[in-house]
Design a protein around this ligand. Sequence first.
Ligand code: ATP
Ligand code: MG
Length: 650
Amino acid sequence: MTENPSLSNLLKEERRFAPPVELAAAANVTAEAYEQAKADRLGFWAEQARRLTWATEPTETLDWSNPPFAKWFADGKLNVAYNCVDRHVEAGHGERVAIHFEGEPGDSRAITYAELKDEVSRAAHALTELGVQKGDRVAVYLPMIPEAVVAMLACARIGAAHSVVFGGFSADAIAARIKDADAKVVITSDGGYRRGKPSALKPAVDEAVSRVDSVRHVLVVQRTKQDVAWTEGRDVWWHEITRKQSTEHTPEAFDAEHPLFILYTSGTTGKPKGILHTSGGYLTQTAYTHHAVFDLKPETDVYWCTADIGWVTGHSYITYGPLANGATQVMYEGTPDTPHQGRFWEIVQKYGVTILYTAPTAIRTFMKWGDDIPAKYDLSSLRVLGSVGEPINPEAWMWYRKNIGADKCPIVDTWWQTETGAMMIAPLPGVTETKPGSAQRALPGIAATVVDDEANEVPNGGGGYLVLTEPWPSMLRTIWGDDQRFIDTYWSRFQDRYFAGDGAKKDEDGDIWLLGRVDDVMLVSGHNISTTEVESALVSHPSVAEAAVVGAADETTGQAIVAFVILRGTANVEDEGLVADLRNHVGSTLGPIAKPKRVLPVAELPKTRSGKIMRRLLRDVAENRELGDVTTLTDSSVMELIQSRLPAAP
Ligand code: ATP
Ligand code: MG
């Protein structure tokens, strides 16, 4: 048994897809960008910063004199909200739709850039009237409605940092985040529409605020008109206070390093961390990547990112990147199966969506629901498809390409994190020959590689840990209030390199494949095996819709692979032959070492509210342990269901 085995590289994927000729011919970014950034990385980013409108142009690009605390464009000044709204109006695009809002009950609203400017200005005045000043923090707890974007931009406009808390989190989670950030104001709503009915939001805020001292006002958007409890003097209706404000608001220019927001990570592995992002570098990289990776043409594209505003994807690719680029986008309030399982495709058809950005968890769900559902809609407007959040299984990638992308749209699998602020590893749709399941290559200006335990770069064909070797503009600046945790978590494992916490491999071409979290990697008979590869092998079996794999303590092999699978419609849960068949399928796809010891069909898998599989809970189940922290689970009853279905361990 080797001491520190590197990550095994078991999955072979030979399918390749060249970029569509027409798209390549007119692409925003060509292969030259890699060359240019390689020749002069900082010069490249200085040029990208010129996409923004600065009140004072920066002369410095990167200050790395006190690593790992970076400063980007430090002597520049700008207003982020001005960049996302006003400048498009000034350039004559005031009549362009910024947001096509689609409510779950079917109500809709188109908001032009000119209207957005008025709304953001009014909200900025309202926050000022409520005592919010530059440098303060404002918590935002809203459903997916345009006011969420307006609230974020209003904070940015007056130099207050927002801390958006996902609208499904509990009072506990809200209170902890308000306390950690010391927020003065909370912006919420009476409720929002989810799964066909109004669901209340304000009660959780009321409870959270009663437990903290810092909050002076709760600003309440009226969405559902349901009854709410009201605390006089503290609570203020959004429509009442904004209505009386002026639509003229002069944006103040702030330092490039002025805090823009704090966002807590989704808590897949443990206690969420308050990730701090600042202004100039963050906006530069979100705008550049949105332009490059989606090939956005603001005059003609209709872009739709299905993430919630409560996650970093919503921050960077609903609010900041697209609006900085003057995009027209769709925003949808509800769930994909309300009132029917074709809702997403109905929306694509209705608005003529050209660029769609969603998550593997959603794609696997659509696969489970069946090919006939998207087939009923006209999806021919689509031209680029994106994926984010987890490694995408090659079979899910192929399904996405075929059933949603008509076998022609390039798929951009984008690897990044709350901490990185923007995309880091992704194909370029007009350049890259794509491979199902691989994020492929660091974007121009980004330096990423894979190292072994001793921090040596692995050769092509090898596996290990993903690291980022150079600072990047949208990098987190610290963990809010805890510089030491920032250093310990990200910068201590490998000297001078950012440790992402994800396993990865390089293929023979040097392309990067993400293999899941390092914490989830399994050690079986001296081999490090990635959960992602075993899960992808299972999902490639026609009877499996979704799979989650963990390593459970085992006397003979160190860890044994235990697989939890959701079967497709017609497959029988009690079929013992099927279980044997699945084990053999993995054995023949990846090799005998990866054959699961146990395969357990289940009805649901535990997921975070952002849709990611929480393997640590499944590990607890597989090892007959008491469950760890379940607070970030979407539905904690899922765990009871899984436990009740389990046969006793052999
Ligand atoms: P926590 O850090 O609190 O455990 P989290 O890591 O789930 O939560 P996020 O920042 O939302 O919080 O997610 C980033 C992680 O998601 C990455 O580190 C990686 O594990 C995974 N991820 C995101 N996009 C991809 C992708 N395209 N391919 C593979 N993995 C991805
Ligand atoms: Mg993480």
